[in-house]
Write a protein that binds this ligand. Structure first.
Ligand code: KIV
Length: 245
């Protein structure tokens, strides 16, 4: 899977082999320049989901329920999921389990596929005191394994495992009956997910350990912009074929 936030990239993902698209609340950081995902709102997510859904063809589109939208009681959580599903999502993702088991049960029971998200839960960044790997001691590891089993029990169809030790992710993958999708969780997950702009190398000043750059998108774009600038300033653009008679 890869994240996506807009129509143009959704069209490109639709042409490629990647199985699923996540309209992540990382949109707040990647598309809007915020430091965390806590500023994502339902309206922000609705707009990104609608744009992605228009370009995503037959790809699975999962949408993140933003910060606190599923922690304000069941009716509010159902309303939030309703907005994202009506905008074109096929499923919603939410972080953690404890305290919103009722939301997961109600969503699943209402025909809304739910993806879980365990390990580093970016919406809890203030509680962690930063973006830190999770599950590195026995207590933390056991808690994550327990939550993964709970998600399966509640009817989630898959779970993202973010920034946990590879051995723990592999153990969880082997012990639950729903697919795990890893990010910074090693090769032992059933699938992987990366932020699209990270895998395309669009921001050379943001290079987390787990985010391999599969191309140098920043350099490619800067070269294209420089080429455009040179062509304009030398009057090589637009040429006769690019002009109307
Ligand atoms: O918001 C997001 O992009 C995510 C992925 C990092 C899994 O939750």
């Amino acid at each position: 899977m890869a994240t996506c936030y807009d129509y143009t990239f959704a069209r490109l993902l639709a042409k490629g082999p990647i199985d699923g698209i996540l309209v992540g609340d990382s949109a707040a950081m990647v598309m809007h320049g915020h430091e965390t995902t806590l500023t994502a709102t339902i309206e922000m997510m609705r707009m990104h989901v609608a744009a992605v859904a228009r370009g995503a063809g037959d790809k699975l589109v999962v949408a993140d329920l933003p910060f606190l939208s599923y922690r304000k009681g069941l009716p509010a959580a159902m309303d939030a999921a309703h907005v994202l599903m009506a905008a074109g999502a096929h499923a919603v993702k939410l972080e953690g389990v404890a305290g919103h088991e009722d939301v997961i049960t109600q969503l699943v029971g209402s025909g809304v596929p739910v993806m879980g998200h365990l390990g580093l839960q970016p919406q809890s960044v203030q509680a962690y005191g930063g973006f830190k790997p999770q599950g590195r001691d026995a207590v933390g590891a056991a808690a994550i394994a327990h939550q993964a089993a709970a998600l399966e029990e509640l009817g989630a169809f898959a779970v993202v495992l973010e920034c946990i030790p590879a051995a723990l992710a592999e153990e969880i993958t082997g012990s639950i009956g729903i697919p795990t999708v890893g990010i910074g969780a090693g090769v032992g997950c059933d699938g992987q997910i990366l932020v699209l702009q990270d895998l395309l190398g669009m921001n050379s000043s943001f290079q987390p350990r787990f985010a391999r750059r599969f191309c140098d998108g920043e350099m490619a774009i800067l070269e294209a912009l420089a080429g455009y600038d040179r062509a304009v300033k030398s009057a090589a653009f637009p040429c006769a074929e690019e002009s109307y008679s």
